[in-house]
Design a protein around this ligand. Structure first.
Ligand code: ADP
Ligand code: ZN
Length: 613
């Protein structure tokens, strides 16, 4: 049976996506692989199909190492739905249940076993794997979220380091490592730590064309977010990332008060409540999860319609991975971020104040700079994102800057005024000051502090009287972004000049400013809140079937304790509603209906359609 047959029969999909077929064939034949594919690219099938193929070849079980135990249940559930023998071993299982899984493993009844890294590397488990390997019944290792092995990423898991053992101890067993993190440092780390020097590398394009990138200037972030959700995504699923636990709580509450169904998620929540919120997000429709970055790795909900950032992430990898959680089903999705001066200040300070080694801080600063440059960009965001991952592309037509090209003007003179003000103030008073006071001086405001230090005497007092505070902030952001101004931590976030100030003062480096415009009004019509995007194209009669099918799916999902999308995707239901099948053979060939699902649900689906006529 070919890989394509397995894709069609077991998973009900018509064709492989991108490089999936090459990967599947290479691994099925026993090759090692390192797969770099963006979130939502379809990594799971890259090891699931080889696992099925190798089990059918009599080679035994595939062990999948995955860091997120919360999601193993759903992944295994999805495989059961497709008729594949799978199980998981993690700390959520009682000892009896774990023993039962081990028994099935040793009897050779499993095609895939999901396990947490700390479990895989216990002496006891390794001994069990030895026994399987001795009988030729260990088919493959799949190491998911492989970037967890790298200390450069934000998901570093020390337990992943211990996976080095697999290479030496099970020399004949092929390994496939997968990640959505693509920068060169992380990739080199994965190769080295997992001993994948001889693995074939499969690097997909990181483009997610259905995601629209928008970065707005932060004014009153919460109101901006609320308007964005109401205009573009009313009633739809989304994730909003915030930096701190407290902020998560505040934002979730404010959204809820404004009538948006929102839940909080952060590491400080009671574990039971946290788990419950995650389950609700996965299982219910139209919820907004407000979360710290603790939320999301391994969340494979396909119909998340937007990801918002109220605070700036640490680097482009983090931003791309978080935004990548939207639109996995391929339908239109939004990545929206509000960013302001405070974000720049905070991130810089966090690095400066961290106890890490100077070498490490240097790398972190470089990564932050790249993200700042993206945020300040006036050209295509996607070109910059892809450029960061080493891909060359053309203006995309689906980001804010492509859709509404911003007007720019030369802010170099204003930048020079600002820099000389920082210089004069320091010269006069012997200490540095924060952004607020400096802007007051530039704008010629007679504040108490100005009087206290006699700063109205400075030659820079009032030299930018006609400039708005928001424009001054924009210049300052740019100057910090390009390293021409440094922020010192401590209580006051004071600003000082750097080596990088000189070229700006000399006029060798230009500072481009975006002309502040009112937020563009959404061009897209408001969506029907109750209908998923795939269903928007349906006619009225078809929508009746679609709604009936969704109700039926909700019942099945509840009975199986699985998220609805693991039974069928919205797109599959929409296609059924459109075709209105009256026999099992009519159902064949609909995307997402494999042999097992046809057998399990075919008759029910036909009945629901017939009842709706
Ligand atoms: P990743 O792990 O790379 O983020 P997943 O493996 O979760 O992505 O796949 C994302 C979604 O795309 C899933 O819902 C999956 O069922 C679907 N998918 C993957 N490959 C295909 C394919 N060849 N045809 C149709 N749908 C696919
Ligand atoms: Zn663009």
């Amino acid at each position: 049976m070919s890989a394509l047959d397995i894709l069609r029969q077991v998973f009900g999909y018509e064709a492989f996506r991108g490089p999936q077929q090459d990967i599947v064939e290479h691994v099925t034949e026993g090759g090692d692989a390192l797969v770099l594919m963006p979130t939502g690219g379809g990594k799971s099938l890259c090891y699931q199909i080889p696992a099925i193929a190798r089990q059918r070849m009599g080679l035994g079980v595939t062990v999948v190492v995955s860091p997120l135990i919360a999601l193993m249940h759903d992944q295994v559930g999805a495989l059961h739905e497709a008729g594949v023998e799978a199980a998981f071993l993690n700390s959520s299982l009682g000892s009896e249940a774990a023993a039962a899984v081990e028994k099935r493993l040793l009897r050779g009844e499993l095609t895939l076993l999901y396990a947490a890294p700390e479990r895989v590397t216990t002496p006891r488990f390794l001994a069990q794997l030895d026994a399987l390997a001795a009988r030729g019944q260990l088919a493959l290792f799949a190491i998911d979220e492989a970037h967890c092995v790298s200390q450069w990423g934000h998901d570093f898991r020390p337990e992943y380091r211990a996976l080095t053992v697999l290479h030496g101890r099970f020399a004949g067993v092929p390994r496939i490592a997968l990640t959505a993190t693509a920068d060169a440092l992380t990739r080199a780390d994965i190769v080295e730590r997992l001993r994948l020097e001889n693995a074939r590398q499969f690097v997909s394009s990181f483009d997610r064309p259905n995601i629209r990138y928008t970065i707005v200037e932060k004014k009153e972030a919460l109101g901006q977010l609320l308007r964005f959700i109401e205009r573009e995504h009313a009633g739809e699923s989304g994730i909003v990332y915030c930096q701190s636990r407290r902020r998560v709580e505040e934002v979730a509450q404010s959204l809820a008060e404004a009538g948006v169904a929102a839940l909080p998620y952060h590491a400080g929540l009671d574990p039971a409540l946290r788990q419950q919120n995650q389950n609700r997000f996965l299982r219910e429709e139209g919820l907004v999860m407000v979360a710290t970055i603790a939320f999301g790795m391994g969340i494979d909900k396909p119909d998340v319609r937007f990801v918002g950032h109220l605070d700036m992430p640490k680097n482009i990898e983090g931003y791309y991975q978080e935004t990548g959680r939207s639109g996995r089903d391929g339908a239109a999705a939004d990545a929206w971020m509000a960013y302001g001066l405070q974000d720049v200040v905070n991130q810089r300070r966090m690095i400066d104040e961290s106890p890490a080694a100077e070498e490490f801080k240097h790398v972190m600063r470089g990564k932050l700079d790249a993200l700042l440059a993206l945020a300040e960009a006036t050209d295509c965001r996607r070109m910059r994102l892809l450029g960061y991952f080493g891909e060359v592309s053309q203006p995309c037509g689906n980001c804010d800057n492509c859709l509404h090209p911003p007007a720019v003007h030369d802010g170099s003179e204003l930048a020079r005024k600002l820099l000389s003000c920082i210089y004069r103030v320091h010269q006069a008073s012997g200490i540095s000051f924060g952004a607020g006071h400096l802007m007051d001086i530039l704008r010629g405001k007679q504040t108490e502090k100005v009087a206290q230090y006699g700063h109205e005497q400075l030659s820079t007092f009032g030299i930018a009287r006609d400039v708005s505070e928001s424009e001054l902030r924009a210049v300052l952001r740019q100057l910090i972004a390009i390293g021409a101004v440094a922020v010192d931590g401590g209580m006051f976030n004071t600003l000082r000049l750097t080596e990088g100030s000189r070229p700006v003062l000399k006029g060798e480096v230009k500072v481009q400013l975006r002309v502040s415009v009112a937020a563009p009004v959404a061009k897209r019509p408001r969506r029907e809140a109750s209908l998923a995007p795939a269903a928007r194209e349906l006619g009225v009669g078809e929508q009746v079937h679609y709604i009936n099918l969704k109700a039926w799916r909700a019942e099945v999902a509840r009975a199986h304790n699985l998220p609805a999308y693991l039974i069928f995707h919205d797109a599959t239901l929409a296609e059924i509603a459109q075709r209105q099948p009256s026999s099992l053979s009519d159902l064949q060939g609909i995307n997402g209906i494999g042999a097992k699902k046809l057998e399990a649900y075919g008759a029910d689906v036909l009945r629901v359609v017939a009842d709706g006529k």
